[in-house]
Design a protein around this ligand. Structure first.
Ligand SMILES: Cc1cc2nc3c(=O)[nH]c(=O)nc-3n(C[C@H](O)[C@H](O)[C@H](O)COP(=O)(O)OP(=O)(O)OC[C@H]3O[C@@H](n4cnc5c(N)ncnc54)[C@H](O)[C@@H]3O)c2cc1C
Length: 472
């Protein structure tokens, strides 16, 4: 069993910056990521992509190369293709890699598992041909693939529009962009605009994307509602309501996106305290500016702690690295604060547009009002109606719903349905998601063959039971 000063889980901008900061100070640091190459979501494959791809995805993507290069130059170790499936707050980690599972330990663990696309169940969202806009972006970066045939892009958020502009540039046949963002901005949008204007560069990027969409003459319907994916063996049409009228658009591919939310399952499994944000309608860990959680040895960094974008994620990773180095006695508090000062100032500057973006693309009212036929748990094929039925019979805890319906028990372990179950239960009980509580997340976090666990080697001092000692 190997032991490290620090194990960082996730090799996006936050994990890479944190890992490099620690390794540059001489700490024995390992970064694990289920992707083969470092880069995370935004900088996926940035190290080995072609010059043409680098240019195609633009400057925001290309700057990931410098982050990966700095990380490679530091003495941090990287293990790609390593899926972490169990973490304990006192430093035990299990991961699966190339058909074998391994148990390692660390003095400190940094959870830098980033964000995920907000899963919003819709009628027909399980049909072949329907996928996340972020997933389409990943396929383009990873394998140079673009959707073929007629494409409809639906949902809300800056990444939706960014993906639309990239597909337009690629020459993909886009039939329509169906934007669910409310037509009339909330008071909060207006209130946060002056601060956003401090970052004109950022706003100009957004305006350029909107201009590219307008120039393309692709129908861009704003303020749509009631999205439905319709088809038999594949999505055949997308239906929605626009200005009070039903609109139907034939398609082969529908790309959905409703913003991103912190990927908190690992934090839940470790026992990190989480907070419900009612405006953004997502859970995020309770942590300080250094990423320190309620567990002394567990830190969180990047979008997993709060969605702030790639630049802030990298900077937050650096702060976490500094705090751990201080905790291990490598640097003094004064040195930590001195190095952190410009980083913190940069984070503040980077975050100027964030409240405006958050308010602009906050989940709209009614987003979680579902038809009974809509599938919530894709793995176990459980519908909204089935969940409502067990709630009406007295299941008032997400775990009871899980036990009775199997929603959340499939291969994704509730990552796709957990927040929807949370919302449905809250709505049915006329309560709030934080009051009704979330699914209890247990190991394995991600599917792992039992044979792999059985074949793991343990010392006399630590047996398999020790790996799950703190699980409820
Ligand atoms: C699908 C998707 C596409 C995106 N595309 C863009 C884009 O094009 N442009 C943009 O500006 N922003 C994009 N974003 C937002 C962007 O990802 C973030 O702002 C930024 O990447 C956050 O960095 P991070 O280091 O916090 O996490 P991430 O970059 O998300 O990195 C987290 C890493 O953790 C790894 N991981 C997670 N769980 C495990 C586990 N159990 N075991 C091992 N490894 C694990 C993941 O493989 C991932 O590499 C995207 C987000 C998503 C969800």
């Amino acid at each position: 069993m190997s032991h490290y000063d620090v194990v960082v889980i996730g090799a996006g901008p936050s994990g890479l910056s944190c890992g490099a900061t620690l390794a540059e100070m001489g700490l024995d640091t390992l970064i694990l990521d289920e992707q083969i190459h470092p880069g995370g979501q935004i900088y996926r494959n940035v190290e080995s992509t072609s010059a043409a791809q680098l240019e195609f995805f633009g400057e925001d993507y290309a700057q990931g190369r410098a982050i990966v290069q700095r990380f490679r130059k530091s003495n941090a170790k990287y293990k790609g293709g390593a899926t972490v499936w169990q973490v304990e707050a006192d430093g035990d980690i299990c991961y699966s890699c190339e058909g074998a599972s391994h148990h390692i330990t660390a003095n400190y663990i940094v959870i830098a598992t980033g964000a995920m696309e907000r899963p919003v169940p819709l009628q027909g969202w399980t049909l072949p041909g329907v996928l996340g806009a972020g997933a389409a972006n990943n396929l383009a970066k990873e394998a140079g693939l673009s959707p073929e045939g007629k494409v409809v892009i639906c949902g809300s958020g800056p990444l939706l529009l960014l993906e639309a502009s990239l597909l337009i540039k690629k020459g993909v046949q886009i039939e329509a962009i169906l934007d669910t963002t409310p037509l009339i901005p909330s008071l909060s949008v207006v209130k946060n605009l002056p601060r956003a204007l401090l970052r004109t560069d950022f706003l100009l990027k957004g305006l350029k994307i909107l201009w590219d969409i307008k120039k393309s003459k692709i129908p861009y319907l704003r303020g749509v509602s009631g999205l439905k994916m319709i088809g038999q063996d594949n999505v055949e049409q997308v239906e929605c309501t626009h200005r009070g009228k039903k609109v139907t658009i034939p398609t082969n591919v529908a790309l959905l996106h409703f913003g991103v939310i912190p990927n908190t399952h690992m934090m839940r499994q470790v026992g990190c305290e989480l907070h419900w944000n009612p405006e953004l309608r997502y859970w995020h860990p309770v942590c300080d500016n250094w990423g320190r959680t309620n567990h002394d040895r567990v830190f969180v960094a990047g979008d997993g702690s709060y969605v702030s974008g790639a630049v802030a994620a990298g900077l937050k990773g650096e702060l976490t690295g500094l705090e751990i180095a201080k905790s291990l006695g490598i640097i003094s508090t004064i040195a930590r604060d001195e190095i952190a000062k410009p980083i913190t100032a940069q984070i503040t500057k980077d975050k100027h547009p964030r409240p405006f973006i958050d308010a602009m693309y906050a989940p709209r009212a009614g987003q979680y009002t579902f038809d009974n036929e809509t599938v919530v748990c894709r793995c176990e094929n459980v519908t909204v109606g089935e969940i409502r039925e067990v709630i009406s019979q007295g299941a008032h805890d997400p775990n009871e719903i899980k036990i009775i319906t199997r929603a959340g028990m499939g291969p994704c372990q509730g990552r796709m349905c957990g927040s929807a179950i949370n919302e449905i239960l809250a709505e049915e009980l006329d309560s709030t998601p934080d009051e009704v509580g979330y699914l209890t997340i247990r190991p394995p976090l991600k599917g792992v063959p039992l044979g792999e666990i059985a074949a793991m080697k343990f010392t006399q001092a630590s047996g398999p039971a020790d790996l799950f000692k703190n699980q409820k």
